[in-house]
Design a protein around this ligand. Structure first.
Ligand code: 13P
Length: 254
């Protein structure tokens, strides 16, 4: 099985409902080609999930994602969103462990392991984010750092379950900074992540898992990044808010 190549938009906390609808309309009006092994995913703010699902839910090779969910099934957790709620509106993907959530909302590796578990138990695909801060990269300790994130949040999973996870490597120093990792730096880390997966689950399983790169992906660098053998697409912030940019990023998938 050839692993999926994915262009994922992360709108973060941007756009009004009207602007979001306009962006999706603009995207749908542009020529794009999603081949059989390719997919476009839209992680939109929670209040817009149903709108996005209505506009995109019936499109082939297109999916809508939440940007977060909670680790508990239901109950007295004011303001949180459950996996069951996502399921009930037809949303089957969720971004988990984005560095912004780790930093501003103190999400830890063990807490994310709980979120991963409840998603997989309910048939929702986590897009699990990992990646190191600048000082770790400067100290040359990025592999150790990302290895620990994988270990503590994912490696308790069975081989069958790990193949249902999408991994996004997002070096924090490249997010929103305009400073992209070079394609060599991206490939090097993606190869490391795949080697860790292979070590834990075997090569055949590791080869099935999509590993996306995130951090200042733009139309102008997507082709080179996505051409790397272990880079299976991108998780895109800023450039996903511009229709022309994101369509070009979709069209840059292998
Ligand atoms: P930018 O593409 O804006 O750097 O954001 C990357 C990101 O965090 C996607 O989740």
């Amino acid at each position: 099985m050839m692993r999926k190549q994915i262009a994922a938009a992360n709108w973060k906390m941007n756009l009004t409902l009207q602007q979001g609808e306009q962006l999706i309309n603009d995207l749908l009006a542009k020529p794009h080609s999603l081949k059989e092994n390719q997919q476009a995913i839209f992680a939109v703010p929670a209040p817009y999930l149903m709108m996005a699902q209505e506009k995109l839910g019936n499109k082939e090779r297109v999916a809508v994602a939440a940007q977060n969910c909670y680790s508990k099934k239901s109950g007295a957790y004011t303001g949180e969103i459950s996996v069951e709620m996502l399921q009930s509106i037809g949303v089957h993907y969720v971004v988990l462990g984005h560095s912004e959530r780790r930093e501003y909302f103190n999400e830890s590796n063990p807490f994310l392991a709980e979120k991963i578990d409840i998603c997989l138990a309910n048939g929702v695909t986590p897009i699990f984010c990992c990646g190191e801060p600048l000082q770790i990269r400067e100290a040359g300790k990025q592999n150790e750092f990302v290895g620990t994130q994988l270990n503590e949040s994912l490696f308790h999973l069975s081989a069958a379950d790990i193949t249902k996870v999408v991994i996004a490597y997002e070096p924090i120093w490249a997010i929103g900074t305009g400073k992209t990792a070079s394609s060599d730096q991206a490939q090097e880390m993606h190869a490391f992540i795949r080697a860790e997966l292979a070590h834990q689950y075997g090569k055949e399983t590791a080869d099935q898992i999509s590993i996306l790169y995130g951090g200042s992906v733009k139309a102008s660098n997507a082709v080179e990044l996505f051409a790397q053998p272990d880079v299976d697409g991108g998780l895109v912030g800023g450039a996903s808010l511009i229709a022309d940019e994101f369509v070009a990023i979709i069209n840059a998938l292998k």
